[in-house]
Write a protein that binds this ligand. Structure first.
Ligand code: ADE
Length: 237
């Protein structure tokens, strides 16, 4: 998979993709992540990327020209009807569909090229949305200063689902949400720590019992922390 990030703050991404699973996936060429400065695509004298909103109001709005130019340079067209199959252009914005596990899965399974436009909270010229963007995505009901931190969250959630990205093929299936419920509790050595013991069932080597216990614990935790997941509202698309 190729992921291209368009941002006015490329330095923001510094080392974030250089750790753990994402780093390993990059080294194994499971994913390629490129960060592009939107300013590089501005052609006016001052390389302007934003401007005041028509109609007045606070803040600045990201201009359409450099974003159109960036998409044309990456995809060879600025009409979403002509994008190659398997290509999606995402605008990160607090105003849309929330990123949930099924959304991450659909990106991991159905795309091989994702372009992510990091909006600023003041806004992005609506023509970008109308013509270029295939998916508007929010990472949650709160307002960030920009889409950069949201892009990192989104990329992480997708890359770990790509085949081969995790050490064991089953680990992602066991993640919280992947089965529509939360994860069971985990323990490691020592079996006894400051008077707190690891549940006996985990120490007796009976795998059927361990599975049953984990399932019960996962359901209990889901019932207590996220009852909505059991009521069918698990974000499935
Ligand atoms: N940009 C600003 N807030 C955001 C959010 N919650 N999700 C995605 N992009 C954003």
């Amino acid at each position: 998979m190729k992921v291209d990030v368009l941002t006015i703050f490329p330095e923001f991404f510094g080392q974030v993709f250089e750790f753990g699973i994402i780093r390993r996936a990059k080294l194994a060429r499971i994913v390629e992540i490129n960060v592009y400065d939107i300013r590089e695509f501005a052609t006016d004298k001052h390389r302007m990327v934003d401007d005041r909103p028509f109609g007045g109001g606070d803040g600045m709005v990201l201009k359409p020209e450099p974003i159109f130019a960036a998409i044309e340079s990456l995809l060879g067209t600025s009409d979403k009807a002509d994008y190659p199959s398997g290509t999606r252009v995402v605008l990160l914005t607090p105003q849309r569909l929330q990123l949930k596990q099924p959304v991450a899965k659909s990106f991991a399974n159905e795309t091989d090229h994702v372009v992510i436009i990091c909006g600023r909270y003041e806004g992005v010229d609506e023509r970008v949305n109308e013509v270029l963007v295939t998916d508007e995505i929010s990472i949650g009901d709160y307002v960030l200063s920009g889409g950069e931190s949201a892009a990192i969250v989104m990329i992480d959630s997708i890359v770990r689902l790509l085949p081969g990205a995790l050490g064991s093929e089953t680990s992602a299936e066991n993640d919280s949400f992947s089965r529509g419920i939360l994860d069971y509790p985990h323990y490691t050595r020592p079996a006894e720590f400051r008077g707190m013991s690891v549940p006996d069932v985990l120490l007796n080597g009976n795998h059927a019992e361990i599975e049953k216990w984990r399932r019960e614990m996962a359901l209990n935790k889901t019932r207590t922390n996220r009852r909505d997941l059991l009521e069918g509202d698990n974000g499935d698309m």
